[in-house]
Write a protein that binds this ligand. Structure first.
Ligand code: FE
Ligand code: FE
Length: 235
């Protein structure tokens, strides 16, 4: 480990030991005694720090930010393509299964549209992970693991899916605006199409939540139980 650290930082063992001694004792005599070693250590450490910072892309133009945001969306959509089949499987209501299934097909188109935009720009869509979508999908997965009334679980899945839609709506709104500002008219239209579809899906999910979930899920254990027509989740 020590050898690895030394190789990576380019600092000689004697310089490293001196620097550690300064940190431990904190007294000026040590600092003075450390002399050149300390200076070299500081300089190299700073150099290494700058190298790390330099690896990151500099966002010095709107075009670069636009590409970064598009890559984030590409990551979000491809993660969703993998997650939606689990949502279809986990939903109990036939209508909800259908809605998730339809959105899976749409999501594949969303990926295609992004591919088209990247193709025209002669850029790669990969290289970024949308951490927000990762978290939102994780929350959806937690709901899939829950046990309980089917309609209640469905309500939870709808909530998780709507949070995904709202994230996408915000992101597509942003990149569509960037595309307009950059004069990328074709891309702006493609992004608007996806934005509209995400909005429609969100609306459809709201209607589903009101139509198929509430009457059943509102009833609790007790006298109203016979009103509920759903069964318990089998495990
Ligand atoms: Fe989408
Ligand atoms: Fe993201």
């Amino acid at each position: 480990m020590r050898i690895f650290l030394i190789q990576k930082s380019g600092v000689r063992p004697i310089e490293l030991l001196t620097a550690v001694r300064i940190l431990l004792t904190g007294n000026t005599a040590s600092v003075e005694a450390a002399g050149l070693g300390e200076t070299i250590f500081r300089r190299r450490w700073k150099q290494n720090l700058n190298q790390t910072e330099g690896d990151k892309m500099k966002l010095d133009s709107l075009k670069k930010l636009y590409l970064e945001e598009l890559r984030d969306l590409y990551s979000a959509e491809t993660q969703l393509v993998k997650a939606l089949p689990k949502m279809v499987k986990g939903a109990s209501s036939a209508e909800l299964k259908q809605a998730f299934g339809n959105h899976l097909e749409q999501t594949e188109e969303h990926v295609e549209r992004l591919n088209e935009i990247f193709g025209r720009l002669d850029e790669k869509p990969t290289g970024k992970t949308c951490k927000a979508m990762k978290g939102l999908i994780e929350e959806g997965s937690e709901m899939l693991e829950e046990e309980g009334e089917e309609s209640v679980i469905d309500a939870g899945l709808i909530g998780a899916a709507q949070r995904v839609e709202h994230y996408e709506i915000a992101s597509y709104g942003t990149v569509r605006t960037f595309a307009n500002l950059l004069g990328e008219q074709d891309a702006a239209e493609l992004l608007q199409q996806t934005l509209d579809e995400e909005g429609e899906t969100d609306k459809e999910l709201s209607e589903l939540a009101e139509g198929i979930v509430n009457n059943e899920a509102l009833t609790e254990d007790g006298e109203q139980k016979e009103v509920a027509t759903t069964g318990s989740r089998r495990r």
